[in-house]
Design a protein around this ligand. Structure first.
Ligand code: PMP
Length: 446
């Protein structure tokens, strides 16, 4: 089925591989043609053919304020008025760094880059540089961007030597990536006991969001923290998705853990390309120019992305501390929501319970995992606590549900293995409409 502009899709496929600039956009996992979007406002998006949808993709996480929030529009406009890239330092970078270091636990210094991929890739290089070790540990089903070391298929068992998950990843490099299952502290302990002296870092999403939403089980994050510390291994907490979403200070704040390095992105740039990695000064100072580990970027910290990020965090309630106040862009609201994370929790909980009821009424077995405003409806009758559980879901049924929702004006992420993102722009009315669509769509799914 089509949802806007066959002409656009045909044209795109002639000049862009698969017609898309990021594979999941192509709808291969759910069937049908990708929706070409022309406009977004608040909780809604409009396809090129004029149809509108309630949007639960939110650009894959950045748009926690919804589309075209007037504060962010004002901030970007103000930044364009003074020039949008210099390749030299600007005060905005310092302001955003002051905010991040004030609100994200364990981060004393932060380096801005342009994408989550760049952030994780650079954090791993830094971890390898400071430890003098080459191997890394990745968790099955976690995604950290498309850098070579991280595109490794999850193997079974402990200390599985990496197998390249994509042609083009050198086997010798993939062999340096060990994988263990999510929520398996025993596997981590065994791996570290056997190979710990080779391992520079463990990189993990604190809430898995890239196998669908899979929360950390009791003690899992604490076990990563404790085991890595005992073996002199750095813990890289990849908060590209969870940062500023599951709490203002991210999953570290929500779950009370502290990592050695933290990667951030998505909300950090307010929907413009910005990402970052940060940690204690004694580690971050190992980066060039102060230290020997090299990393750089022509557009890193660019003024448009910094201004969108600053304004997004300001509206979420971030303050830089030390009595400093943030600039309010001309035309932006004086302040954001009183309790943004309480609001997100309320909206998301209503969506979760309504979807569960709708599925039950249609006699469709589902498991809904949710952490704050991240959630996934898994088409299975068993709890989903790791990649094997996620992978055993009925993806055909998810595809039918997705297409049925799309027909009824609700845009979900086009894969069983992605999270829905609820934003502050979603209203009770949006949730009600979504649930009306879901009641029929669950029936259509079987
Ligand atoms: N880490 C996590 C946890 C992510 O969810 C993503 C993207 N979904 C990335 C890293 C990569 O970020 P980007 O797509 O900006 O390169």
């Amino acid at each position: 089925m089509s949802a806007g502009g066959e002409g656009l899709w045909e044209r795109a496929r002639k000049v862009i591989p698969g017609g898309v600039n990021s594979p999941v956009r192509a709808f291969r996992a759910v069937g049908g043609q990708p929706v070409f979007l022309a406009r977004g406002d608040g909780s809604r998006v409009w396809a090129a053919d004029g149809r509108s949808f309630i949007d639960y993709i939110g650009s894959w996480g950045p748009l926690i304020l919804g589309h075209r929030h007037p504060g962010v529009v004002a901030a970007i406009r103000e930044a364009t008025d003074s020039g949008w890239t210099f390749g030299m330092p600007t005060e905005r970078e310092t302001i955003l760094a002051e905010l991040v270091t004030a609100i994200v636990p364990s981060v004393e210094k932060v380096r801005f880059v342009n994408s989550g991929t760049e952030a994780t890739m650079s954090a791993i290089r830094l971890a390898r540089g400071v430890t003098g070790r080459d191997a890394i540990v990745k968790i099955e089903g976690c995604y950290h961007g498309h850098a070579d070391s991280l595109l490794v298929k999850a193997g079974s068992g402990v200390a599985t030597l990496g197998i390249p998950g994509s042609p083009g990843v050198p086997a010798a490099l993939a062999a340096k990536t060990f994988t263990i299952p999510w929520n398996d502290a025993g596997a981590l302990e065994r791996l570290c006991r056997e190979r710990g002296a080779e391992i520079a870092c463990v990189i993990a999403e604190p809430v898995a969001g890239n196998m669908g939403c899979v929360p950390p089980g009791p003690g899992w994050l604490a076990a990563i923290r404790e085991t890595t510390a005992r073996h002199g291994i750095l813990f890289i907490c990849d908060e590209v998705m969870t940062g500023f979403r599951v709490a203002l200070g991210g999953a570290q704040e929500r779950f009370g853990i502290t990592a050695d390095l933290v990667t951030m992105g998505k909300i950090l740039g307010g929907g413009l390309p910005a990402a970052a990695y940060g940690g204690p000064a004694f580690i971050m100072d190992q980066l060039a120019p102060d230290g020997p580990v090299y990393q750089a970027g022509t557009l890193s910290g660019n003024p448009l992305a910094m201004s969108a990020g600053i304004e997004t965090l300001r509206l979420l309630g971030a303050v830089p501390g030390a009595g400093r106040a943030l600039p309010v862009p001309a035309g932006a609201p004086e302040k954001g929501w009183d309790d943004p994370y309480g609001r997100l929790e309320g909206t998301s909980a209503r969506l979760e319970s309504g979807l569960a009821e709708a599925a039950a009424a249609a006699r469709v077995p589902v498991r809904i995992n949710r952490v704050g405003s991240m959630m996934t409806v898994f088409f299975t009758d068993r709890p989903v606590t790791d990649w094997d559980g996620a992978a055993s879901c009925d993806t055909e049924r998810f595809g039918r549900f997705f297409r049925a929702m799309l027909l009824r004006g609700v845009l979900l992420p086009p894969s069983q293995f992605e999270s829905f993102f609820v934003s502050l722009a979603h209203t009770n009315e949006d949730i009600e409409q979504t649930l009306i669509a879901a009641r029929d769509s669950f029936r259509d799914a079987i």
